[in-house]
Design a protein around this ligand. Structure first.
Ligand SMILES: Nc1ncnc2c1ncn2[C@@H]1O[C@H](COP(=O)(O)OP(=O)(O)OP(=O)(O)O)[C@@H](O)[C@H]1O
Length: 275
């Protein structure tokens, strides 16, 4: 196969569909009176790559935080049908969160930062070494384990943050606009890294973004949200016969996917198609 030939999409160990987490008629009203979410229902199937897309303030981060157990709900139910639940109502060890900021500890080196989630579980550095180095290899930073955050570029810091999220081998990776602060080329590289780990590990990803292009590139399902109050406007699969790579970015199929997502977002924002 030459470099210019598009490849067909494959994913190792394609999982059988089953509900990983179900949000049923979730509402969230903050003490300020802001209704961040109203009657939001969403089932995340195991193995999906879902993008939550929508205008600012439509509740994307709130929805993600609720899935992560970082905020309570005003009404509605969260269910984890296929997981063992701990006393906090969460599936033990199954969720990792990546924020827009890498949030690395400046006084710890890369190895120490990635070790953190395991340290919190009582795993020593020695016992965790191979897991940490595997995590760093996944994001291409195996040669930077001794470096400190101040020595890394923005993209490298975000890679460390992703390695830290993966080191506990979560089933579900929640990403809240992780690449929004990065330049376009670094963002595209990290998009490819995340897609690669999604394909090779079987992890489920819920990815919050403002970007139509990013969501159309990454996801196999798009959930477009609407604001005031936050709710689901549209929920559709985004299949492609092509491998999502640099060729895909210039393909007619990607252009059509972007158009479809873009129209849906315009609708969600109350506009018309010819805006
Ligand atoms: N802790 C909070 N207290 C009060 N209101 C909040 C709080 N967090 C979020 N909100 C409000 O809830 C609504 C939804 O916010 P949220 O951050 O979930 O939206 P978003 O879609 O992620 O926005 P953005 O794309 O700008 O990050 C907004 O009106 C926001 O101002």
């Amino acid at each position: 196969m030459t470099l210019s030939e598009p490849r067909t999409t494959t994913r190792a160990n394609e999982p059988r569909k089953r509900a990983l987490v179900t949000m049923a008629r979730i509402s969230k009203v903050f003490s300020s009176g802001t209704v961040a979410l109203s009657d939001m229902s969403l089932t995340v199937e195991s193995g999906e790559f879902i993008s939550l897309l929508g205008p600012s303030g439509c509740g994307k981060s709130t929805a993600l935080r609720i899935i992560a157990g970082l905020g309570d709900v005003s009404s509605g139910e969260i269910d984890w049908p296929s997981s063992r639940i701990n006393s906090r109502g969460l599936p033990e060890g199954d969720i990792s969160f990546v924020f827009q900021e890498p949030t690395l500890l400046p006084w710890k080196n890369v190895f120490g930062n990635v070790h953190l989630p395991l340290k919190l579980r009582g795993v020593s550095k020695t016992a965790a070494r191979s897991q940490i180095m595997d995590g760093l290899a996944t994001v291409g930073l195996q040669d930077f384990s001794d470096a400190y955050p101040r020595e890394l570029s923005g993209g490298m810091k975000m890679r460390v943050s992703i390695a830290r999220a993966l080191v506990t081998k979560p089933k579900l990776l929640l990403m809240d606009e992780p690449f929004a602060a990065l330049d376009e080329i670094t963002r595209q590289k990290l998009n490819d890294d995340v897609l690669k780990l999604w394909k090779t590990t079987g992890i489920t990803v819920v990815f919050v973004t403002h970007s139509v292009f990013e969501s159309a590139y990454l996801s196999n399902r798009i959930v477009v949200m609407k604001a005031r109050p936050g709710r689901v406007h549209a929920d559709f699969p985004l299949a492609t016969s092509l491998e999502r790579d640099s060729h895909y970015r210039t393909s007619e199929e990607y252009r059509k996917a972007c158009e479809k997502v873009s129209y849906s977002l315009i609708e969600a924002m109350g506009g018309s198609e010819d805006h």
